[in-house]
Design a protein around this ligand. Structure first.
Ligand code: GRF
Length: 203
C-alpha cells in the first residue's frame, strides 16, 4: 500500500516507519512525507531515505480548511491508501477526515481516553499517576477520540523527571506504531461504524 506520513517535528516515529518498510515488516511504501513546519527534522529523515517530501505552511492559505484541502489534493494525487499522523501538530478539519475516512491513524502520548490534547506527560506527572503510555487510534472528527487500536503502558516512578517519562513512552511508540501500520497494510485492520477491527474481531 501507499503510505503518507504527516509530521511537524523530530520524526522519530517517522524513522521507525521508514525502517519497518525497509526491512519488510510493513508491506507498503512511504510515498510521501508532509510537514507543516519547514524546520522539522523529520524532513531530513525523509530526504535521507529518498522519500518525496513537501512542506505546507498555514500562512500560505487563507484558512485551515483551504490548507487541508491542498494537502488532501496532494495526497490523493499520490494515490495514498493510508495517512499516518506522526507528531503532526495541527488539527485536521472535518472535510479532510471525510476524504480519508477510515484511512487515518494517529499516535497520541497518553492512555486515551485519559489526557487528550497537549502536555500529556506533565499532566500525568502532576496527577501522580503510576503509569502513563501511548495510544494508536483511528482519527475521527473529534480530537484524540477515534477508535483505539493499540496502547502501550509504561511505569511512572515518583522521582522521574519529565524527560525520563517522555523517553520511556517514546521507546514504546516506535515499537507499536509500525506494528499497527503493518496490520493495516496487510488488510487486517479496519474501521467500520467508528469501531476498529483486527482480523474481523472488534478491538
Ligand atoms: C509523539 O510522541 C506522538 O505521540 C505525538 O507527537 C510526538 C511526535 O514525536 N503525537 P516524533 O516527531 O515522532 O519524534
Amino acid at each position: 500500500i501507499r503510505i503518507a506520513v504527516l509530521i511537524s517535528g523530530e520524526g522519530s516515529n517517522l524513522q521507525a516507519l521508514i525502517d519497518a518498510c525497509a526491512s519488510g515488516r510493513i508491506k507498503g511504501n512511504i510515498v510521501s512525507v508532509v510537514s507543516n513546519n519547514a524546520q522539522a527534522y523529520g524532513l531530513q529523515r525523509a530526504q535521507q531515505a529518498g522519500i518525496e517530501h513537501r512542506t505546507f505552511l498555514r500562512k500560505t492559505y487563507t484558512d485551515n480548511q483551504s490548507m487541508d484541502m491542498a494537502v488532501a489534493d496532494y495526497l490523493q494525487q499520490q494515490q495514498v491508501d493510508l495517512v499516518v499522523l506522526a507528531g503532526y501538530m495541527k488539527i485536521l478539519t472535518p472535510l479532510f477526515i471525510q476524504r480519508f475516512n477510515g484511512k487515518i491513524l494517529n499516535i497520541h502520548p497518553s492512555l486515551l481516553p485519559k489526557y487528550p490534547g497537549l502536555n500529556t506527560y506533565q499532566r500525568a506527572i502532576d496527577a501522580g499517576d503510576g503509569e502513563h503510555g501511548t495510544t494508536v487510534h483511528f482519527v475521527n472528527e473529534e480530537v484524540d477520540a477515534g477508535a483505539i487500536v493499540l496502547q502501550a503502558k509504561v511505569p511512572v516512578f515518583a522521582d522521574d523527571s519529565l524527560d525520563e517519562v517522555i523517553e520511556r513512552v517514546k521507546a514504546q511508540e516506535v515499537r507499536i506504531y509500525p506494528l499497527v501500520v503493518a496490520w493495516f497494510a496487510q488488510g487486517r485492520l479496519q474501521l467500520r461504524d467508528e469501531k476498529a477491527y483486527l482480523d474481523g474481531q472488534q478491538l
